[in-house]
Structures are given as C-alpha cells and as structure tokens.
Design a protein around this ligand. Sequence first.
Ligand SMILES: [Zn+2]
Length: 412
Amino acid sequence: MVTLSARATDDSVSKLAEDAGCARGLDWIAKNSAWVTEQQIRLSEIPAPEFGEAERGKALAAIFQAAGLKVRTDETGNVIGESAGSQPGVVLLVAHLDTVFPAGTDVSVRRDGNHLVGPGISDNAAGLAALAGLARALSESRVRTKKTIALAGDVGEEGEGNLRGIRALVESYGSRLASVVAVDGPSTDYITTQGIASRRFEVTVNGPGGHSWSDFGEPNPITAIARGIVKFSAIRIPDNPRSSFNFGVIEGGTSVNSIPSRASVKVDLRSEDESELSRLEKALQDAMSAGVREEIAWSAPGANNETLSRVNPFNMDFKPIGSRPAGKLPSDSPLLATIRSVDSYLGNRARLERSSTDANIPLSLGIPAIAVGGGGKGGGSHTPEEWYDPAGRDLGLKRLYLAAIALAGLDR
Ligand SMILES: [Zn+2]
C-alpha cells in the first residue's frame, strides 16, 4: 500500500508543498493547532441562531482582518475575506456561521478530557476555525496566487435559512467563480461530491377551537396533524434513490383543557432524486389532507363537510419553507482530481459522499464544488451534547491549505 500511495502522489502537489512560501504556511499550521482551537471555542460561544449570525460574523471578520485579508460583509450578512490573485477567477472556501440552536441556548463550551463539548462546536465552529487557520496560514506564507482565494463565513445554511448566504455569494461572484469548497463540520475522511435535494414544508391546520369538555366533538388540529403524520410515516421510503423524511418541529395549542384552534408541523424531505422528492411531496400533501378529512369525519359522523367548514372552519395550509436543488460533481472534474492529489500527498484516505450542504447551490448551477470537513473528530451534531476532538486537526488544515493554493495556482 505504501508504494501504491507513493506512486499515486501527484507531482504538482508535492512541488507545491516544497515552495518556500507554501512550506512556511504548512509549518505555521503544524505549530498552531492550539491557536485554531482557541478561535473555535471563542466563535462557538457566540450565539448564532438562524437569522442571528451577525455577532459571530463580526468576530470572524476581525480574525480575517488581523490576518491581512481584504474584508467585507455583504448585505445578506456573509463575511468575506479575500487574498487577491494576480489574474481573474475566484476560489471560494465557505463555512456556515449559523447553528440549529435557538436564541437563548447555553452555548458555552466545556472540556471533557480531549473533547470540547458544546452546541455547534463541530457544526460549524470546526469549519469556521478552519477558515481562521487558513487565513493565518496564508498570511504567514505570503504566497501569491493566480486566482483570488476568498474565505467566507456565510449565513442561512441550517434550518430555514434556505442557503441564502451561499446563493448570494454565488450570484455576486458570478462567472468569476472557478470552484467552491464548503467546509462543514470535522473530519478528513470524506469528500461530498453530490448534493442531496431537499424540500421543506410547514403544514398548518386551523379549527374553531373550544373547551375540552363542553365543546368535545369539535375537530382538533393537533389530532388532525397526528393522523396525517401516522399516515405519511407508514409509506415506504426507498433505499434507492436514498430518501428521507423528518417531522422536526410541532407546535400548537394553548392549554391542556382547550381544543386548539391552530397546530403546525415542519417537515424535511430529502432524496438523491428530484422526481422521487416530488413523489414524496405529493404523498405528504395527500397524507396530511387525509388526516384532516379523517378528523372532520370523526368530529361529525355523516356530516356534510361543506356545511361543517362553513360553521366551524377547519382547514389546512401546506406551505413550502425551503428547497435545495440537487447537483453532482462530474467524476472527471479537475476539482476532484486536485483534492485527490492533495489527499494522496498527505496520505489521507477519503470516500465520496452525498449530503445537503452549501455545495448544493454551485453544484446545481454546474459550478465545480465539494464539501469537506475542517479536520479533527466530532459527533453529536445538532444536539446539546455535540463534541469535537482537535486531534488530527492539522491534517484537515493542511489539506484545505494545499487544495486552496493548488486550485488558485501559485504565482511564482
Ligand atoms: Zn453544518
């Protein structure tokens, strides 16, 4: 295996690593893992709920500024630091600022042995810390590249952000954008080359409401939604194309002894295949409507629904709240060849993955894009017990650093 990996080593990446400037950057990375970890903890402890990323963005901007990048914040809230190239073209490395944790969540980070524990410490404080490390490594190395290297902390990747940050970045760079690397979470063992399509919905049921005792028999929006959920959950979800669903947030009602006048549920549907996703969307709509009809039938057996709905309006609203397009990096893409060469040089093994990330947007538009981790290990993503272990972080940083310079081209 040793000879195989040596033979596969790409000459251009090993030459790149020997360049005096690049070597200084690699050396900085090897010696400064602790600094990167400090930035990670600091950024992770600044709350960044959906649509509330500004404070964390400012802290990242200050790190970019101190590293000598040309920094700006766009009107969407993305924080961008650029190392200008000598020629047109932009290589964009992007990490999302936002977390899934609502405002008010305790985001303090605690140490548990080698683990850092805290909501968002891996997803995506690990990615943001990687950008911080890259910014410093680039400035220490003083390398000049042909294409501009742009580092961006972007908004709206999680939850209902609907990828608005990356959409704005891709639009503003336009045809100058040569390739995009999304840095999301920990790890060095995968390369996401396929963007999974997703569609998100909020299903709301409104009814007359009432008293739990004296109005018993009126249709109940919570029960209607529960019936719909049970119906949809019973359908078969294919393994191929791989698909998924999640009822993620359920709300409604005011007190235990009131029939609610409103209830809603938020649903996330995903698939490798857009047409399967359309089928699931239709099935969800049918199941939730059937749940409502069943609840109406229960409340007034044999009643004319039209009369019932006039007297006691009981209706459903099916609203799309997000959509991510699918996309796939061609297997002969130079971007993939570059990251493969870097992996081969570093002795890193990575499998190809499918996921739903910032890379979906450029991929859906035919712009070469991948998503990778920022290095180190982590787990418990999207839970309060989320953890990160910095061991091996320098491998992730070297990987990103070499990939960024190889993609931008060294201007000797
Ligand atoms: Zn993430």
